[in-house]
Each structure stands twice: as C-alpha cells, then as structure tokens.
Design a binder for this molecule. Structure first.
Ligand SMILES: [Zn+2]
Length: 319
C-alpha cells in the first residue's frame, strides 16, 4: 500500500500545527550548501545548526538510562502526531530535519535498535514510501536513540548517492534471476549494493551479507548503515550497505581542531549536515576522505569479507 497521501497530510498538518517542526523546516529551506567532489561522488555539505542536538547526543549506557527516550509516546510533545504503520511502527515527522521531508519510523515499543529481524519491514517501508529513501543507523553507527528501534526516511533526490549509484562502477558479486549483489569502491567510501525485483531476494541478500560482516566485541550486530529505496522507474528495490568500523572520528568534539560530526546513513549517502559554521566553511574534500577512511571498514577487511563471500559462493548463489 502506498502511504504517500497520508504522509503528505501528516507533514502538512505538523508543519502548520507544531511550532517546533514548522520553525525548523522553514529554517532548512534557506540553508547554505557547499558541494565537494570525491571520486565518482559529489558530497553536499549543509549548514544546519539545529542538528547540533543529534551530532552532540550522548549515547553511552549511563546517559541513555538517565534520559527520557524521545521516541517513546509518553515523552513526546502532544503536538507530535503519528501514522500507524502495520502493527509495529509509527511514522512521524522528524522535528530536526536534514531533508525537506524527513520522517522517523519507530517501533511502538521501547526495544533496542537491531536490524536482523527488521530487514523485511525496511523493504516493505521503502515500497510503502516510494518518494523516500528509508535508512537504518546501527546502534554504534549514528543512531541517536540506540535503545529504541527505528528507521528514518528522507525525500529522494536530496542524497547524492541515490542518483549516482546507477552510474557507479560496480563489481558484481552474485547475479541471479531476481537481482544481484555488487560492490562499489570508487565513491570515496565502499559499499555493497543490492538490486532485486522481489522482496524475498532482497531480504535474503541483506541477511546473508550481514552474516559475513564482523561483529565487534559486546555488540549484537555488524556496524552498518543501510539505505533502501523502491526504484519506481525500474520497479526494483535498491539496498546499499555501508560496513563501518568506527562511530565517531578521533577529532570529534568542539573547539579548535575539533569537528562536531556524528556520521550516519545520510553522510554515507553523501549529505553532511554540519552544525558548526566554522566546520561548514572550512571542510575540504581531503578531510572528508580522511573521515570516510577512518569511519568505514578498511579495504583489507573488506577484502576478507569478499574472500569469505566467494568461498561461500554456493551458499550465497541461490536466492
Ligand atoms: Zn523509547
């Protein structure tokens, strides 16, 4: 079912009736942008002071236990409305937007952020929201509420990756009747890309890929950012998985020589919301490349994932 009209109504009403959202979306409309080139990719920098709240969010266990979860109903402002999606999720307007249309899709229950049993939900959401890119930030990869399972969705067309991916140099890993899984490393950061015509195949490819990626000590899943959208022209799902090795850069922080960024799916997609003016004005393509190199899975680790992939080809081939 296409939720586009219901989402349109939700956004219109929230921007009209909820002053916080109205103000922040109005501010976003006049935001300054810069563009930088990185390999086959364009990176868009967005000067967005309102995102400071997210970039600076404390996500250590103690901080999470002592704050009121902003995705739980009982802690949300009465003016924040929701659309129920299925029996498990609510769709809401994100009051601190990076996108002209920015949604948060949270579990109705306060349960930890984990992807494995939600891949099918993510794909169904992408199909239900054909004008959006749905994305998942792992608990150690930019999620500002790692204790409450959620996705986000941003208007298609604002994240450079979505347009660039179809032209990117792709190394094919497995190709079947229902789609393929490939690997792209010419955009300044490496990612796995999946294209399939069936939800079943997309889900199996994503799960099998997650199964091959290393899981850090004491973590429940590999460090990943995952983006997914329904391609209305080709009638296929496109899923992009960015393996990560680090949450925040060593230079994370405020003040001279520091950088207040907490990169997640949108930054992997080529859209960087920068909350400090000095950072927005001074960031260079070289610094961005260094940040991607520091935060994303290094080439040698990716090589071992690819080796494991080929060793288990028979296991991966049928979809
Ligand atoms: Zn919660």
């Amino acid at each position: 079912m296409d939720y586009s009209r219901a989402i349109d109504r939700l956004i219109t009403r929230q921007l009209r009736d909820w002053d916080l959202a109205g103000r922040n979306y109005a501010a976003l409309a006049g935001v300054e942008m810069r563009r930088l080139e990185l390999g086959e990719s364009t990176i868009v920098l967005q000067y967005n002071p309102a995102r400071r709240r997210s970039s600076a969010a404390a996500i250590d266990r103690q901080s999470l236990l002592s704050r009121k979860c902003f995705l739980c109903c009982e802690n949300q402002p009465v003016k924040q409305k929701a659309i129920l999606w299925g029996e498990r999720y609510k769709i809401q307007v994100n009051p601190y937007p990076i996108f002209e249309r920015h949604l948060t899709i949270a579990d109705l229950k306060h349960v930890p952020q984990r992807l494995a049993d939600r891949v099918g939900d993510m794909l169904s959401l992408a199909r239900a929201l054909p004008n959006f890119v749905v994305f998942y930030n792992g608990p150690q990869c930019g999620a500002s509420a790692p204790d409450h399972a959620h996705f986000q969705a941003g208007a298609k067309g604002e994240m450079p990756l979505c347009g660039e991916l179809t032209h990117a140099t792709t190394h094919m890993l497995a190709d079947g009747d229902e789609g393929f899984i490939g690997y792209v490393d010419t955009m300044g950061r490496s990612c796995f890309t999946i294209e399939t015509s069936t939800q079943r195949a997309a889900e199996r490819y994503v799960l099998r890929l997650l199964d091959l990626l290393p899981v850090p000590d004491r973590a429940q899943e590999p460090m990943v950012n995952v983006l997914c959208w329904w391609d209305v022209t080709d009638c296929i799902w496109r899923v992009v998985v960015f393996p990560r090795r680090k949450h925040r850069p060593a230079c994370y922080g405020e003040g001279e020589g520091r950088l207040l960024v907490s990169p997640a799916s949108t930054e992997m997609g080529g859209l960087w919301a920068i909350s400090e003016q000095k950072d927005f004005e001074s960031l260079t393509a070289g610094q961005l490349q260094a940040l991607y190199d520091e935060l994303c899975m290094p080439r040698q680790d990716l090589a071992s994932v690819l080796t494991a992939f080929y060793q288990r080809w028979d296991y991966l081939q049928p979809i």
